[in-house]
Design a protein. Sequence first.
Length: 288
Amino acid sequence: MKKSYYPKIIVFGIDGLEFSLVKKWKLQNIMQKKHSKLDLSDYKVIVTPPIWGSMLTGKINDEIMEMWVKQAQISGLGINTKQKWWAKIGNILPPFLDLWIWYNIFAPLFGGDLFVKTANYIVDRNETNIFQFFQKPWTNGIPSYGRIVNNPKRKYEFQMAMYGNDTKFKENIIKIYKEDKKKLFSALNKNTYDIIFWYTVILDKIGHIYYKDTLTLMKYYFEINQLVGQIKTKFPKSHFYIISDHGMIKVKGGWGLHSKYAFFSSNTGEIIKKPYDLYNLILKHKTI
Ligand SMILES: [Zn+2]
């Protein structure tokens, strides 16, 4: 077995990265040599954890997906279908009441807080995943593989931001982004990992709340574009893949909602069509 002295593969998992904005702002570093729009029509619900899970395992977990479908029918969360009655009521309730009702009445009836419950399902269910095919894999945590992107506290801050008080929300997403970036650099500097799968949720969170605020939106898209450029210059020999679980479209009120497609790019010219195709692509370069 050959040892890699630089990361053979670097994957940037960028939650919520919107294809059309990458094109519109000509973010060359993110576009790479080749890029494609990923089709999400196989996913009954366009929510974060099961899509990431499918990239890591090569398949959609039907049981996990059904749990999300059940909740989506009640909450109207991130779906292919139109907004359900519960979501409509939620829009007119103050956040504390909306969340209280959700966590105390609806969530217990419909499978609990799935963001928390399915945050580590690949490990919990012992599913075969890409990290098992590498000698020294590294990740800072991915939804479905050890990362909780939403919990009651985050959800409350999110709703407060929608109501105009975004201080805590912004403070926390920036703090988390900075921590993730620090972890990335420290992993890269160690020079011992053969696959580095870095995940960030910043563009998803920013996109949901600040879609109408073009300058804020641009600031973070350009920040990620610059970060990609920096890493690519430092590790020119690595296979570099960028992937998102879904994009973000602007809806009434200026908020962002998940779009029905996602983004992929590579510096090798390789292209995929569905998020779960990432699995076979990565396995082509396995080190075990
Ligand atoms: Zn997402």
